[in-house]
Design a protein around this ligand. Structure first.
Ligand code: COS
Length: 382
């Protein structure tokens, strides 16, 4: 930065993702949304094209993409369907704790199968008692010789019903708060691992979400990531990495809203001319275009910062928070440009609003992002 040109390789991956989104995702998006159907065939094709597991380095069989490359892909996918995109990139979230906290042996054992064949993993942090206070989680990990016994419930877990592996955060003692938290990888085949029923959601309906219960699930110590008590740091550093692609996902939804609204405004006529010629509509489109532009630039800057070896805690929270708020505003305005038609399910924009809403909530609500931003910001003044 500030060189905003993309390399030929980056143009290539973006074009690949754009074509996949247009040909494989978009034609199925409305139906998957209506039925609340997880389109496994789309995910399998995404995997075949190398559009899943974007964060796995080449030494483990992954594509070794930079975070900026990943964001280029995610924005294109989300332009077609936010829900499918959430499911496609959920492996990145679930596998990041292994990349950050795993030993070379654990990485090789766990990550390689995801590149060798189609497999799903889920990230299990949030609990029914509260998602924002991650340090207050209650799922217990009781040490028993060379094993831990896990007991507790996780909720709102993306792709959980389809996963073969879970990354799980549990505490040896809730009184220790974040210092008691450990991270584990837990195969679905482990006795006592029980995914729950699918949630009925407002948006992201092509993405699958459920609870996961751990009922005396026995996990060898060798499946712990890092040392006892490292779990909270692993979770936070994971979210530092993965919030930036959520900025890209929100940008993709917002760009779709601008595109639909602009095309419609040029075709729809009132008072004897296309509504795009009315200043009231032009001002809306100008504000929408600005918001998308700013969301993309903040997302690229956060990705660039992390790609250059910095933690990116501040930048990734700003990108996620700004882009998701922008997606919500822009989708709302797109409906307004469409008028009554925008409110109808026959047109694509009401889905964008429902999909945008989740981006303000998941991977840390935007209230949490503002706490993170304020804390990071104030460090410079302390
Ligand atoms: N990277 C590394 N370490 C971090 C960190 C980060 N980004 N953020 C915090 N830490 C460390 C702190 O430095 C502190 O370490 P010490 O004990 O050595 O001092 C420790 O973690 C505790 O941090 P803090 O005091 O800030 O913890 P809080 O309980 O106040 O919570 C927030 C911090 C709110 C930021 C955290 O709970 C959070 O991110 N919540 C949202 C969780 C979330 O996003 N859930 C969505 C799940 S995915 S759908």
């Amino acid at each position: 930065m500030p060189d905003f040109s993309l390399t030929a390789e980056q143009e290539g991956v973006r074009d690949l993702a754009r074509k996949f989104a247009k040909t494989e995702m978009l034609p199925k998006a409305a139906e998957a949304d209506r039925l609340g159907r997880f389109p496994e065939e789309v995910l399998r094709k995404a995997w075949e094209l190398g559009l899943m597991n974007l964060n796995i380095p080449s030494e483990y069989g992954g594509s070794g993409l930079s975070l900026l490359d990943q964001c280029l892909i995610v924005e294109e996918l989300a332009h077609a369907c936010g829900g499918m995109t959430t499911s496609i990139i959920a492996n990145c979230l679930a596998l990041e704790p292994i990349l950050l906290g795993g030993s070379p042996e654990q990485k090789s054992r766990v990550l390689s199968p995801f590149c060798g064949s189609y497999n799903i993993a889920s990230f299990c942090l949030t609990e029914p008692s509260g998602g924002s206070d991650a340090g207050g989680l209650l799922t217990r990990a009781r040490r028993d010789g060379d094993h831990y016994v896990l007991d507790g419930e996780k909720c709102f877990i993306t792709n959980a019903p389809h996963a073969s592996l879970y990354t799980v955060f549990a505490t040896t003692d809730p009184a220790l708060r974040h210092r008691g938290i450990c991270a584990f990888y837990v195969p679905r085949s482990t006795e006592g691992v029980v995914p729950g029923k699918e949630e009925e959601k407002m948006g992201h309906r092509a993405s699958s979400t459920s609870t996961v219960r751990f009922e005396h699930a026995t996990v060898p110590v060798s499946q712990r990531l890092g040392a006892e008590g490292d779990g909270f740091s692993i979770a936070m550093r994971t979210l530092d990495q993965t919030r930036t692609p959520i900025g890209a996902l929100a940008t993709g939804i917002a760009q779709a809203a601008v595109d639909y609204a602009s095309e419609y405004a040029l075709k729809r006529r009132t008072f004897g001319k296309p509504i795009a010629e009315h200043q009231a509509i032009q001002i809306k489109l100008a504000n929408m275009a600005q918001a998308v532009h700013a969301a993309r630039l903040l997302t690229w800057q956060a990705a660039w910062t992390i790609d250059h070896g910095k933690t990116g805690t501040l930048e990734s929270s700003i990108a996620k928070c700004f882009a998701s708020d922008a997606a919500m505003q822009v989708a709302d305005e797109a409906i307004q440009v469409f008028g009554g038609y925008g409110y109808m399910k026959e047109y694509p924009v009401e889905k964008l609003l429902r999909d945008a809403k989740l981006t303000q909530i998941y991977e840390g609500s935007n209230e949490i992002q503002r706490i993170v931003i304020a804390r990071e910001h104030l460090k410079a003044y302390a």
